[in-house]
Design a protein. Structure first.
Length: 235
């Protein structure tokens, strides 16, 4: 377990180093990328409000240099005393004529701990490449989270929680995220805390239903719930 975590941390650090190197060698391929590269767009919110699709992850690296990443523990293996030990990567096998072919899957959440969050899944033969691919896709799925103070006991008007109860679904998993007063913290499991914390939500109650051991569906449901915070947004 310790070895797997050490390898994952090393892979994340390697991906961060590659990000800096790739940004130095970045040649934009899209109109949006060229506008960011030339300095015509200097704020990520301008892109998110316009609804333009981000196809190059370097756009996010350029506009949000302080973005952070969290590995979601989607894999598992048998523990020494029984049960399941969670690991950061999931390894699947496909049987071919020449033998088994293994694929490594990774799931990453990115954000700046101040209202920006994105999730992405990557698959590759090596764990390092899978994590790097997941980080790129998470940056391309970046969105702004609508935060606030929606609990009746608080009313501090600071963006420490969410404004109202929201609901999300993915597969068999259903989640409810509810506002909490300041100081309560995140009342949720460890993996859910990762995406809420990296999104900048400090206080919230989370209630889940379904097969939450499937971490991909759990985090995707949380992401869907955060996206639904704009359901009452005026057009």
């Amino acid at each position: 377990m310790v070895e797997e975590k050490a390898k994952s941390v090393e892979a994340v650090e390697s991906a961060e180093f590659r990000k800096e190197t790739a940004l130095d060698r970045w040649v934009p391929k899209t109109k949006l990328g060229r506008e960011v590269f030339e300095g015509k767009i200097t704020d990520i919110d301008e892109i998110l409000k316009s609804g333009d699709k981000i196809i190059e992850s370097e756009i996010v690296d350029k506009l949000v240099p302080n973005i952070k990443s969290e590995l979601i523990l989607i894999g598992g293996r048998t523990g020494k005393g029984g049960g399941i030990q969670r690991i950061p990567v999931k390894i699947t096998a496909t049987m071919k004529r020449s033998g088994r072919r293994f694929t490594t899957n990774a799931f990453v959440a990115v954000g700046n701990e101040d209202g920006l969050v994105g999730i992405g899944k990557g698959s590759a033969v090596e764990a390092r490449n899978a994590i790097e691919k997941a980080m790129r896709r998470a940056k391309m799925n970046l969105m702004r989270v609508k935060r606030g103070c929606g609990h009746w006991e608080c009313g501090c008007d600071t963006p420490h929680s969410i404004q109202f109860k929201t609901y999300g679904k993915s597969g068999s998993v259903k989640v409810y995220i509810m506002p909490a007063p300041k100081g309560v913290g995140l009342v949720a499991d460890d993996e859910t805390k990762k995406i809420l914390r990296i999104a900048g939500i400090k206080d919230a109650y989370v209630k889940t239903f379904g097969n939450t051991s499937t971490r991909f569906n759990l985090i995707a449901a949380i992401y869907d719930a955060l996206k639904r915070l704009y359901i009452y947004e005026k057009v």
